[in-house]
Design a protein around this ligand. Structure first.
Ligand code: PEP
Length: 263
């Protein structure tokens, strides 16, 4: 049976107090699609206000430090995210892997720190355009997943249900370019195999999201690809008018696997 889809918005460095009304509009609309898990990952400084504004709606961070506390100026720990009202966090977004030079092992440590605190995690992977053109996309991303995945003992503790992988081709993020359904299907099948290799049967419970210029006009086609269990959405998550149709496209016609929640 299909996994319940997760549609998560990544607000990146967007969001002020004046945008709380938009978050409320998205949360209100999301509640009318019970077959879809919806979340918004907002700037760390907005988490507490957003969580208070929409108490029953999952609000997440966009990054987390791997350490519990200490001399890490400007960083935010998993416990701090929880304390502010977050229930999930993104780790390993390509913008951070690039600008902050985050390695796979660092991303893995961040994911483990967040999961062990009780947060859900969206772990991002994806290839550059050069890598895709060189025909190395699948092997590169599979290796990235192998090296970034939280350790397998978590499988027994229910970690796979709180973990999602977001496949985001770097060349498709914020560009209007979208990977083809065939390329997405090939990559997601490869990622599913890596997850099962890492977690056994529980690897089938990890949702694999697609990210990269998902919009109202292409969401249904992307969600129809096997092993696409949702989307990580940047630009089109900032306004309810753009985001809600994507949520609607993820609402299943038939049955989905029983109760799941990102929160
Ligand atoms: C993202 O920020 O993860 C993303 C996929 O952005 P966009 O949807 O704007 O391409």
């Amino acid at each position: 049976m299909a996994l319940k889809k997760l549609v998560a918005g990544n607000w990146k460095m967007h969001g002020l107090s004046s945008d709380l009304a938009e978050i409320k509009a998205i949360a209100d609309a999301a509640s009318t699609f019970p077959g879809v898990d919806v979340a918004l990952c907002v700037p760390a400084i907005l988490i507490e206000r957003a969580a208070r504004a929409v108490p029953n709606f999952p609000i997440g961070g966009q990054d987390v430090h791997h350490a519990e506390k200490g001399a890490h100026t400007g960083c935010v720990s998993a416990q701090m995210l929880l304390d502010a009202g977050a229930s999930l966090t993104i780790v390993g977004h390509s913008e951070r892997r690039d600008a902050q030079r985050e390695s796979d092992s660092e991303v893995k440590a961040k994911a483990e720190a967040a999961l062990s605190c009780g947060l859900s995690v969206i772990l991002c992977v994806g290839e550059s355009l050069e890598t895709r053109k060189a025909g190395q996309a699948v092997q590169t991303v599979a290796a990235q997943v192998d090296a970034s995945l939280p350790d397998g003992e978590g499988a027994a503790a229910g970690v796979p249900a709180r973990l999602a992988i977001a496949y985001e081709p770097i060349w498709a993020i914020g560009t209007g370019e979208v990977a083809s359904p065939d390329d997405i299907g090939e990559m997601h099948a490869a990622l599913r195999a890596r997850l099962v290799a890492a977690y056994g049967d529980a690897g089938d419970q990890v949702r694999i999201l697609y990210g990269g210029s998902v919009k109202a006009g292409n969401a249904a086609e992307i969600f129809a690809v096997p092993d696409v269990d949702g989307a990580l959405v940047g630009g089109a998550s900032l306004k309810a008018d753009d985001f809600v149709p994507i949520i609607a496209a993820a609402q299943p016609a038939g049955a989905v696997e029983a109760e799941r929640s990102i929160a």
